[in-house]
Design a protein around this ligand. Structure first.
Ligand SMILES: Nc1nc2c(ncn2[C@@H]2O[C@H](COP(=O)(O)OP(=O)(O)OP(=O)(O)O)[C@@H](O)[C@H]2O)c(=O)[nH]1
Length: 361
């Protein structure tokens, strides 16, 4: 999962190490050697630059804020580093290209670059030990900041909500919406919650049969009307059924396409009015990359989603959608679909994702 992106992030670390760490033959005098560096632990000290000035023809003019070659080498010898703007220029450019190639949305890529730049040039440089660690911590924080936008505890929300909890699923056809509903029904059952499926996709021929197959396999009840019926009425019936039968959660499918997108949005608005769902979840496939991000934005603008499920993460190497959707919509990714089986659904944990993206093994 997301291996392509992982490789690219690792490339950034190597780039910075290459441009920020002094080459061996660029080492100044003995003073910078590890054996004689006891006093260098506070580097960069401005005084050190003056002392070295005689031997460092090029560096003694250096501005007070900009470390000289000597300071950098001295700091490096003590296991510390000093990163300058120019060290980052090329690595950051490469990182930006890598993120965009990985389908990370432009504003998200810019946000990541800004925060990496800020934390690498800022105070943190004095507290970390190696370039690799500095890069890792800067990337970790930058990624987490964009990925964790709006995150909430889905399970806790289900636990605390009045029952039945109504969840409506929206998103275009063919991305794994119906399969995700079935998976979520299983996920809820594993945690002790009963659920009923309601097929609000009354538009598409064959939609009833498709969801019925899942319901039958899982032994769940399904509420459906004939094709062409009112989706809001189907989900309403699902809620009534749940109330009458003590079912905890109503999982309502909807059509992914209608004649026009206005019709589609009018349908979602009507469902909102009639059923007032506890959550509307947008479903799309991670492999759709930038298209998935754009659709998430459109659906959120039109129908105010509460969160997203990204399917087919198992087949996605780019990771762009997983990184971008929350930042772009302000709504969290709640689950990742990771295969075709009913158990192939994972609660989305931003910290886990960032750690796995930065894991060097
Ligand atoms: N590899 C993989 N395949 C998935 C995942 N989720 C769904 N699929 C497959 O994607 C295909 C489409 O899934 P559906 O659930 O039929 O798609 P849909 O969005 O419900 O389609 P509509 O009902 O037309 O809206 C099926 O073959 C699913 O098995 C996933 O997380 N990983």
């Amino acid at each position: 999962m997301f291996d392509g992106l992982k490789d690219k992030l690792s490339g950034f670390r190597e780039d910075v190490e290459e441009s920020a760490e002094p080459e061996e033959d660029a080492s100044p005098d003995d003073e910078a050697s590890p054996e004689s560096s006891a006093d260098a632990s506070d580097a960069p000290a401005d005084g050190a630059a003056t002392e070295a000035g005689a031997n460092e023809a090029d560096s003694d003019e250096t501005d007070a804020d900009e470390p000289s070659t000597f300071q950098r080498a001295k700091a490096f010898a003590t296991g510390r580093i000093i990163i300058e703007e120019e060290d980052l220029e090329e690595p950051l450019w490469n990182l930006e290209m890598a993120l965009l190639e990985s389908d990370v949305e432009m504003s998200v890529a810019e946000q990541i670059l800004d925060s990496v730049r800020e934390s690498m040039l800022g105070e943190s440089r004095k507290q970390v030990e190696t370039t690799g660690e500095l890069v890792e911590s800067a990337l970790h924080d930058a990624l987490l900041d964009v990925i964790a936008v709006g995150q909430f505890d889905f399970e806790q929300r289900i636990a605390e909500a009045d029952k039945p909890v109504t969840i409506v699923f929206t998103g275009v056809n063919g991305v794994g919406k119906t399969t995700s509903i079935a998976k979520l029904s299983e996920w809820l059952a594993d945690r002790g919650y009963s659920s009923v499926l309601a097929n609000g996709d009354t538009y598409r021929a064959g939609a009833n049969e498709q969801i019925r197959e899942h319901a039958d396999r899982l032994g769940r009840d399904l509420i459906s009307h004939d094709q062409g019926g009112d989706p809001a009425a189907v989900i309403y019936d699902g809620v009534e059924y749940a109330e009458a039968n003590d079912v905890d959660v109503v999982l309502g499918d909807t059509a992914g396409r209608l004649h026009t997108s206005d019709d589609l949005m009018a349908q979602l608005e009507k469902i909102d009015r009639v059923v007032d769902p506890d959550m509307t979840l947008f479903v799309d496939e991670a492999v759709a990359g930038q298209d998935a991000v754009n659709r998430a934005k459109e659906f959120n603008d039109a129908a105010a989603i509460d969160g997203a499920i990204l399917t087919k993460a198992d087949a996605d190497s780019s990771g762009g959608a997983a990184i971008s959707v929350a930042y772009v919509t302000g709504k969290p990714i709640l689950f990742l679909g990771t295969g075709q089986g009913y158990d192939d659904i994972t609660l989305f944990d931003p910290e886990d994702l960032v750690e796995s993206l930065l894991d060097e093994e």
